[in-house]
Write a protein that binds this ligand. Structure first.
Ligand code: 5GP
Ligand code: ZN
Length: 112
């Protein structure tokens, strides 16, 4: 999607601090971290949010979760939070599916 911020990051048109990359997804540090560890994992193919996950793209989404599990193991994290906001009321500000991975501080439940 030409006017999508995260598609521009994938294309290299906007720089990012890369954590991990493969053919399916990219992980990079959030520009406004909300925890000592805060990175985003996004699919390389544009998917608007979890609301657009279908049987056709579910393999990419499952792969992103394996990347999160592996990356967190690599970082020595045994407790972390994975969040995906869907829609404006839930706080989604970038309409390209992303999983936030947050760790390194105490967290409360329910989230605000
Ligand atoms: P959302 O609000 O949609 O759940 O999450 C979007 C996230 O993208 C926010 O945490 C925000 O800080 C992050 N973000 C927005 N623009 C950029 C950017 O240009 N680079 C990086 N690395 N993160 C960004
Ligand atoms: Zn996009």
């Amino acid at each position: 999607m030409s006017d999508c911020l995260f598609c521009k990051i994938i294309a290299g048109e906007i720089p990012s601090s890369k954590v991990y990359e493969d053919d399916v997804c990219l992980a990079f540090h959030d520009i406004d971290p909300q925890a000592p560890t805060h990175f985003l994992v996004i699919p390389k193919t544009h998917i608007g949010s979890v609301a657009e996950v279908t049987e056709d793209n579910a393999a990419a989404v499952a792969h992103m979760l394996t990347v999160i599990a592996r990356q967190c193991k690599k970082l020595g994290l045994d407790s972390y939070r994975v969040v995906s906001n869907i829609g404006a009321q839930a706080g989604q500000s970038v309409p390209h599916l992303h999983f936030h991975v947050l760790a390194g501080r105490d967290m409360t439940w329910p989230p605000g």
